[in-house]
Design a binder for this molecule. Sequence first.
Ligand code: C5P
Length: 242
Amino acid sequence: MTLTLAPKTARDRLILALDVPNVDAAKRAVEATDGAVGVYKVGLQLVFAGGLPFAEELALSGHRVFLDVKLLDIDNTVAHAVQSIMAMGMTFVTLHAYPKAIRAAIEAKSLAGRGGGAGPCLLGVTVLTSMDDGDLADAGYAVGARELVLKRARDARAAGLDGLVCSPQEVAAVREAVGAGMVLVTPGIRPAGDAAGDQKRIMTPRDAIRAGSDYLVIGRPIMAAANPRAAAERIVEEMAGA
Ligand code: C5P
């Protein structure tokens, strides 16, 4: 794995999804949770609202940043995107776990890495946690979510990818399929009693850690809480007890 800082504490393993409409709201969320979470995730909503310079600033100020851009394009474009991202100081970057995109990203990272710096941990998104078998059938896939997740996980492992994003309900099977070397990150986490929202394959923080997740991505259960810091601390406590 390429992480210079492997997770040591439960807090290191908590990734907060900054799913907010603008940089001011993101700054407020960071201020409200600073020290209570390990990594901040900047995703598509914020990327299109000033999120890229913000993500770089956040990394420069010493935070670990997860750029959730779920890259997928022709090989040449994926490779150049990865080369551009290499200069941003990100800790994690996502791409869809399609074999060609994975190979292009790994090659670009290793070429750019020769100039110094290990680059971000590249995470392949197996199947979005909002998708179930019916949604996959709708999208034209003839396989179920579990089967597709395992196929993509094995292919990613064979290609030498750093890690994977998968549903907590599949993480135990994925770990078995890929072994100990890959970083496994799971969104779709809901503390008991929280609303699922659009997530379909969910699990509690405790169960996700027990099932083999290295990192948990959590958005709404913290961001929508009356006291986000207290919500994050409760989740970290639950993770530590797992
Ligand atoms: O609010 P919630 O906890 O559902 O947020 C989960 C976050 O994880 C969102 O930012 C979403 O884009 C991201 N994610 C996901 N499923 C994946 C990959 C990323 O939910 N497979």
